[in-house]
Design a binder for this molecule. Structure first.
Ligand SMILES: Nc1ncnc2c1ncn2[C@@H]1O[C@H](COP(=O)(O)OP(=O)(O)OP(=O)(O)O)[C@@H](O)[C@H]1O
Ligand SMILES: [Mg+2]
Length: 219
């Protein structure tokens, strides 16, 4: 479904360039959960960003089914992203001026989709955040913020959820909860999951583990 062909990403200028990732060939199948592991600076976030069209690769191609995401214009990429992908970042990036509920439906509003209110209520219920839905993000705990971020990632019925160290900011119990929810959502809704993690216990729950070293896939 999502395919990377010989993808490389370098940062900086031609004179002074820094390796992000190099020569990545990778396919994410429908419904598949893939964990990306590797030590700091090996290119995990870079890989996630180029896979998910947040960033453009320096060379190589990224395909979603028969759509070439690399050649798509910025506007088009953002539309593709909103309609097909859900994101959970390490820093939750919730909007302070909006309450929990409005944060969750925001991607649907951005995508100009009709908000699927039944679906929103269902995920709010499942994530156990019903009681806090009218609160501001700065009035809820880190674990709660993380669950709100997951709800927001699900609102547009994504084909793929991208999560960059989603358990990095929460304690062990919450970290397991977050991982449970992400894997379970994938299974239940048939969406794929690409999760960057330092936690091997979480990585092991994926269908496949991809290890990066110096910007390349080593296993
Ligand atoms: N904007 C940037 N400008 C220059 N170099 C960058 C930039 N972003 C990342 N890099 C470099 O690219 C390499 C890969 O970074 P990346 O953030 O993908 O690593 P990572 O595996 O996600 O690390 P971590 O586990 O610490 O999050 C690093 O050497 C980093 O310094
Ligand atoms: Mg990173």
């Amino acid at each position: 479904m999502l395919r990377l062909e010989n993808v490389s990403k370098y940062y900086g200028t031609q004179k002074q360039s820094y390796r992000g990732v190099e020569k990545i060939n990778l396919t994410i199948k429908e419904g598949e959960a893939v964990a990306i592991v590797g030590t700091s600076g090996t290119g995990k976030s870079t890989l996630l960003n180029v896979m998910s069209t947040i960033d453009r690769p320096t060379s190589g191609q990224v395909w979603l089914d028969d759509m070439n995401l690399t050649s798509a214009k910025k506007r088009e990429r953002s539309k593709i992203r909103l309609n097909n992908f859900g994101f959970v970042f390490q820093k939750f990036n919730l909007i302070g001026g909006l309450n929990v509920y409005d944060n969750i439906v925001m991607p649907a509003v951005f995508a100009k989709n009709k908000v699927d209110y039944e679906w929103v209520d269902k995920i709010i219920e499942e994530l156990g955040i019903k009681d806090i839905q009218r609160k501001a993000p700065n009035m809820i705990s880190g674990g709660e913020q993380q669950r709100v971020a997951i709800a927001r990632a699900l609102v547009n019925h994504p084909k793929i959820i991208f999560a960059d160290e989603p358990t990095g900011n929460v304690d062990t119990v919450n970290s397991e909860n977050v991982a449970d929810i992400l894997f379970e959502q994938g299974r239940k809704n048939g969406c794929s999951l690409v999760i960057v993690t330092h936690d091997m216990d979480i990585a092991k729950r994926a269908d496949r583990i991809i290890r990066l070293d110096d910007g390349q896939i080593v296993a």
